[in-house]
Write a protein that binds this ligand. Structure first.
Ligand code: ADP
Ligand code: MG
Length: 332
């Protein structure tokens, strides 16, 4: 199977929204009046972001999900994406499963594959997504990292730490019961981009981003961009691990101190969560709760934005805790 047969078989579909899709030198996408394009690129590299033997359908899902998560963080509606693929070989079974995982998620969000590039090489997947954000009275409705204000509440969606729990187990650093590993692995391999929540938070959230490298490290980006500090309740955040029940059951088995440290580390610096971290004025608490209900996404208030720069951690009793929760950095 040659390069062009491969593209035609797995990645070419009749254009729907795009004025022109796969097949020419450029795709054409008509921007609607009164909107801006939101554009984001994410790359997944074998050995760095996924294991060589990962299920190809899950890989297709995840490659797009991490990009859609960036649109969600900006409050953008997905429109289209491009796919740049480096493949060591044209393995048809692998390609069929990869395309199925990828395009099932794309269809679920009506996000159209409009072009890309295909080459030989070490397995690498690079996706660029295009989304749409309204401009109202000259103001972009995009959610940015830079809008957090002292006094704002700090929230996170969904669950945290389970992806890292799975990664640690798959790398042999800890052993989990099969049911716990299956649940955690679903969070690692099939993250859910919080698109509906991102849309519902337009006009409510003062700042937002998605958590990909770990909660506290990513929070640092909002604090820096907004020129503020924050107080985070570590005990509230720590309950957000989806496998909370497992940790409660495990409390008879393991040293209490070790368990607490492990849970905190997973949640606060785990990474690969693809949840939304956002701030909103305290008087909009009801509106935030309504956005969570509307988008059927759990939302938890984990702290507060403060004028004094820096990140302060407290436990449930209000006792200060040291911050030694580094987030992921490719070059550290
Ligand atoms: P060019 O050489 O002009 O860049 P290519 O020969 O690489 O074009 O690609 C031919 C067409 O197939 C283009 O429309 C391109 O966008 C599309 N394409 C290539 N690879 C992919 C892919 N992995 N997924 C979707 N479309 C692709
Ligand atoms: Mg090309």
């Amino acid at each position: 199977m040659g390069e062009f047969d491969l593209i035609a078989r797995y990645f070419k579909h009749p254009a729907r929204r795009a004025a022109l899709g796969v097949g020419d030198d450029c795709a054409l996408l008509q921007a609607r009046p009164g909107t801006q394009l939101a554009i984001s690129t994410d790359m997944l590299v074998q050995g760095r972001h996924f294991f060589a033997d990962v299920d190809p359908a899950s890989l297709g899902h995840k490659a797009l999900a991490v990009n859609l998560s960036d649109l969600a963080a900006c409050g953008a509606q997905p429109l289209a994406f491009t796919l740049a693929l480096a493949l060591p070989e044209a393995n048809e079974a692998w390609l069929a499963a990869f395309a199925q995982g990828l395009l099932t998620l794309a269809d679920a969000h009506d996000c159209e594959l409009i072009g890309g590039d295909t080459t030989g090489g070490p397995l690498t997947i690079c996706i660029t997504v295009f989304g749409e954000v309204p401009v109202v009275a000259g103001r972009s409705q995009a959610l940015l990292r830079s809008g957090a204000q002292p006094g704002d509440d700090l929230y996170v969606s969904g669950t945290l730490g389970d992806a890292r729990l799975a990664l640690d187990a798959l790398q042999g650093q800890l052993t989990l019961p099969a049911d716990v590993l299956t649940a955690a692995r679903a969070r690692l391999e099939r993250p859910t981009p919080r698109l509906a929540l991102g849309l519902a938070l337009r006009g409510i959230a003062s700042a937002a981003m998605d958590v990909s490298d770990g909660l506290l490290g990513d929070l640092g980006h909002i604090l820096q961009a907004s020129g503020v500090g924050a107080l985070v309740d570590v005990d509230i955040a720590t309950t957000l691990i989806a496998n909370n029940d497992y940790f409660i059951r495990a409390s008879g088995q393991f040293d209490a101190q070790w368990l607490q440290t492990t849970r905190r580390t997973l949640v606060l610096s785990g990474g690969d969560d693809y949840e939304l971290l956002f701030t909103a004025p305290a008087h909009l608490r009801d509106a935030v709760a309504a956005a969570g209900r509307l988008s059927q996404t759990p939302v938890t208030r984990i702290g507060q934005i403060q004028a004094q720069p820096g990140l302060r951690l407290v436990d449930g009793a209000g006792q200060a805790l040291p911050n030694h929760y580094a987030s992921f950095d490719h070059f550290k």
